[in-house]
Ligand binder design. Structure first.
Ligand code: FO1
Length: 304
């Protein structure tokens, strides 16, 4: 069994890559829910949906979120009425949010819905929210407190952040099966997701950090930063703003208690000694997953 601590896009790509070298039925993704939101009364779980859509090969590559072949008629009508349309919900994607919202109102949990959607979309990996309880990543910024999606989408992650909090995380219970999966996994992989807003909310859930720490020798983390920059999103900027070094070494410093091994990109080869000094093993490969061959190389390295 392999467990992948997952945010959205970076984790989804890694999970897809793992399929090339590994049976998907042995993989569990434990997924961040800190950027979940309720909008227009609908329950939306962006990271869970990004992973499900990607593994179903239905993800919208141009946008990096949502479904391919999308249309936007509902959003256009909503905008014309004067409704809130800054968080764009495509017509196809809306079916997922309607389904989830209805099931939650009937007493189902997020885990139940994640499982049902995975079955519907033909995904064989186990996709589990880290918790069925509510967790909200909040940003204290130069313009005041912002919810995740206000920061990320409404303000295009272009405001200065002073601190982060993961509201509800320390009181949230791990979803059923999460602690067992972490205890029993042969390998735990920290996906190349944003450490501060994708992985930290997972580790903040009661009990998770302790287990991951106790499994340190079996934990492999992949740096989402290459030559100090994130491929997508604000990981580098956020790390700088919050006093961390924006580089694969900064990522390693952040994970040093949790991961015995760090995978960094070939372009960061010259930083490997600094990571070894943190008492971590270093493996070097291409981490961008730009094509199938590169994805396979990373997946093989992760499972070595
Ligand atoms: N990201 C955007 O940049 N703009 C959007 O309008 C937007 C809508 C959206 C709707 C559903 C969904 O599941 C994701 C959506 N995302 C959107 C992506 C998402 O908010 C972020 O990329 C993640 O939360 C970061 O992991």
């Amino acid at each position: 069994m392999i467990v992948v601590l997952s945010g959205g896009v970076g984790a989804a790509r890694l999970l897809r890559a793992l399929r090339v070298v590994n049976d998907p039925r042995t993989v569990t993704a434990i997924v961040n829910v800190g950027d979940d939101l309720v909008m227009h009364g609908l329950s939306i779980c962006p990271d869970l949906d990004t992973i499900t859509y990607t593994l179903a090969q239905l993800n919208n590559d141009e946008l990096g979120w949502g479904l391919r072949g999308e249309s936007w008629r509902v959003m256009q009508e909503l905008e014309a009425i004067g409704g809130e349309a800054w968080f764009a919900l495509g017509d196809r994607d809306l079916a997922t949010h309607l389904y989830r919202t209805q099931r939650l109102s009937q007493g189902a949990t997020k885990s139940d819905v994640a499982r049902e959607l995975a079955v519907h979309f033909g995904v064989l990996e186990s996709i589990q929210p880290v918790s069925d309880d509510s967790i909200s990543t909040m940003f204290d910024t130069e313009i005041g407190p912002l919810s995740f999606q206000e920061y990320f989408v409404r303000h295009h992650h272009n405001v200065e952040v002073r601190s982060l909090s993961y509201v509800g995380a320390s009181d949230a219970a791990p979803a059923p099966g999460v602690l067992d999966a972490l205890s029993n996994a042969q390998r735990i992989i920290i996906a190349p997701s944003n450490p501060l807003i994708s992985v930290a909310p997972l580790l903040a859930v009661a009990g998770i950090a302790d287990i991951v720490r106790s499994r340190r020798d079996d934990v492999v983390a992949i740096s989402p930063l290459i030559q100090g920059a994130a491929l997508k999103g604000p990981a580098d900027r956020l790390m700088r703003e919050l006093g961390l070094q924006a580089s694969c070494v900064g990522v390693a410093q952040y994970y040093r208690d949790f991961a015995g091994t760090m995978i960094i990109d070939e372009l960061d080869r010259d930083r490997s000694n600094e990571i070894s000094e943190l008492d971590m093993q270093v493996r070097i490969t291409t981490t961008i997953m730009a094509n199938d061959q590169h994805a396979r190389a990373l997946a093989s390295e992760v499972l070595k």
